[in-house]
Design a binder for this molecule. Sequence first.
Ligand SMILES: [Zn+2]
Ligand SMILES: [Zn+2]
Length: 165
Amino acid sequence: MDIVKQIATRQAKTLNRLSNWGLYSTFDGSYDPRTTFSERLDDEQLEFIKCETMTTRLAMSRARQTNRDYESTLMEVQLEVGIELTKILAETIDPAFSGTNAVKIEEDGQVCGICQEDMEKGEEARAMICCSHKFHGFCIFEWVKRKTNCPLCRCEMLTRKYFEF
Ligand SMILES: [Zn+2]
Ligand SMILES: [Zn+2]
């Protein structure tokens, strides 16, 4: 994995731990036998500092290699990390991504169960992980803002687990 991806993945994991706090700990730390709340938070802060150090190191070596100034190289690296982080977060947090797979429609005659419009052969679509029913990407993205089951068979949406705690 290249360094930009490594940094973004570490940041995403840390953000994921923070946003899923309730899954493995309460705010007073009573469900987390390892540490107290403030100690845990220190861990997350330390992780962000490590990511910053990795970012500046990468910018320094890239500036040296390409003979450019450090400031603009740093901005470039930060932007690249930001783009990677956004991609990872979209896939891990948004159920429309984590609960569906990207697929191509293989035959004509299929209809999107949400908008009832045709789905054409070769068209990009999203298939639910729970039942493999396929819908237009745009339709399922709108759907999961309100509901977490399949519009056709009502199965509860499964979402991929990206990070273990
Ligand atoms: Zn549709
Ligand atoms: Zn279904």
